[in-house]
Write a new protein. Sequence first.
Length: 559
Amino acid sequence: MTITDPTPPSDFIRDAVAVDTAAGRFGGRVATRFPPEPNGYMHIGHAKAAHLNFGIAAENGGHCNLRFDDTNPTKEDVEYVRAFEEDLRWLGFDWGGEALYSSDYFETLYGYAARLIEKGLAYVCDLSQEQVREYRGTLTEPGRDSPYRNRTVAENLDLFERMRAGEFEDGARSLRAKIDMSSGNLNMRDPVIYRILNAEHHRTGDAWRIYPTYDFAHGQSDSIEGVTHSLCSIEFEDHRPLYDWLLEALEIYAPRQIEFARLNLTNTMMSKRMLLELVEEGVVSGWDDPRMPTISGMRRRGYTAEAIRTFCDRIGIARRTNTVEMAMLEHCLREDLNRRANRVMGVLRPLKVVIENYPEGQVEELEAVNNPEDPSAGVRPVPFSRELYVERDDFREDPPRRFHRLAPGREVRLRYGYFITCVGVVKNDAGEVVELRCRYDPATRGGQAPDGRRVRGTIHWVSADRSLPAEVRVYDHLFTEGEDGEPALNPRSLEVLTGCRVEPSLAGATASERFQFERLGYFCLDSRDSRPDAPVFNQAVSLRDTWAKIEKANRARRT
C-alpha cells in the first residue's frame, strides 16, 4: 500500500465490524472511541490505536469519540490533555467537537455503583490494598472471601456515601464488586471498582474523594456514549468478562469489546512510566525530545503525519503481541519524504577547498534541481565561488580501494557544478588536513565534460562565503540491546555538530518543512531551539534503508 492508497486494510477487527453491521447489530451503527489516559504524552503506540479507532469509524460512516480516561487524578494533568489533542489533530484525526472525559460521568457512575450495592452485587471492603492482593489468591489457588463481604445493603450504602463525603483516609476502604472469589479469572475475584483518593482532579477540583477504577469506568462510559465496538489492547482480553458482567448486572446497553495486540518496536520503549522517568531525570530534554517515541518528539524530529499513518496501515492489526522493526517505520518516512522533500546541500563536517584557478571575488549561480521526484518543484540557484566547503569524509590523503572521492591528483564532480582536481594539501602543526588546493575545469559547468571523459565520484559542497552557519543534530536509537538482552540507553543516541554549513536557500526555512541534505539524509528545522540567526537542524532519518535489506533477507528465507 502506498502513502496515497485510499483502500483500507483488512483485518479481524474490520471483519467483525462488517459482520455486525451486515447482521444489523447495534442498528447498523458503528461508533468507536479512543480513550487515552492523560498521564503522559501520546506515543507511536497510541497512534496505532487512534488510527484503528478513527479509521474504522470513518470507513463505516460512523463516529469516533475522543474520551480521556481521567479516573486517577494523582497522575493526570491538563498539559497531557492538550498535548494529546494537538498530536491527534496533527495526525489528521477529527472527533467532531469537544473531547469527552470519564469525569463527565462521575455522577452517573456513582449511581451505577449504588445500584450494584442495592442489588447485593457490591460491598464496601476495609481490607488494605496489600490485603486485597493477599486474599485474591493465585492462578492455581482460589481467593478467600473478604470478612466484609456480607455487610448489609444498608451498611454498604451508608459507608459508600461517607466515602464520597471524604470521611476516610486514602486506602482505608474500597468498593468491590461481589462476583466469585474462586473464579479462574483473577479479574473476577471481587475486583475493586471504587477507591478513596483525597486528591484534586484537573477538571472536577475537590468535588470528589472517591474515583472509579478503569475497569468500572470503561464499559459504563462506552455504554453512556453509545459506543458499538470498544477496541482495546490485548491486556484487556482477560478483563472482558468483567466488562460484560458489569453491563449485564447494571442492565444497561452493552457494546462489544474486541482486543488487539499493542505495538512493540525494536530499540524503543513505550511505557509511559519509563518515559516519564527519562523526562524527570533529564536523560532527554522533554517529552518532545526528538529521540522519544512520542508523537511530539517525532514531529519535532521531522516525521510526517502521512508516514506515521502509512506505517500503521502496513503493520496491520494482530491478535497476539509481536515486535515490529523500527527500520520499517523509518522506511515509511523515507518513502514519504523522498516524494515531498526538496533537495539542498549541507556540509556537516566542513573541510575547506580553495580553487586556485577560479577568479577571486567572482560568484556565479548554478542551477540545482529541487526534487527529481517532483518536476513541478522546479530549480533553485546555488552560489559557486573560489572557496568552498566539502565533507571531511570526502577526502582521503591515502585513499583505500574503491574510494572514488577526493584524493591527491584525483578528479571528482561537484554536484551541479564543475569537475575539480586536488593538487595540494594544507596541514596544521599537528599534521591534520585543514585545507585542499584544487583546480577546476571551466568547460565542465553543470557536471558534464565536452570531451566525454567521466569521473567516478560526485560530492556535495557549499560556497564558503555564501553558505549559512548551522548546528545539526544527528540521532540514533534511544535504546539499544544490553548485554543481558534487555533494552539499555544508547550513549550515542545524539551527536551535536557545530560549525556546519548549509546553502543560503535555507535562510527562510520553517519548522514545518523537510529537506533532503543530499547524500546525508532528511532534516528539518528544530521547532524549539532554532533561531533565525542560529538555525538548528534535526536529522529525521538517514538515507540508508535498512528495511529494504531486512525485506530482501525475509524473501530469501521464504523461498
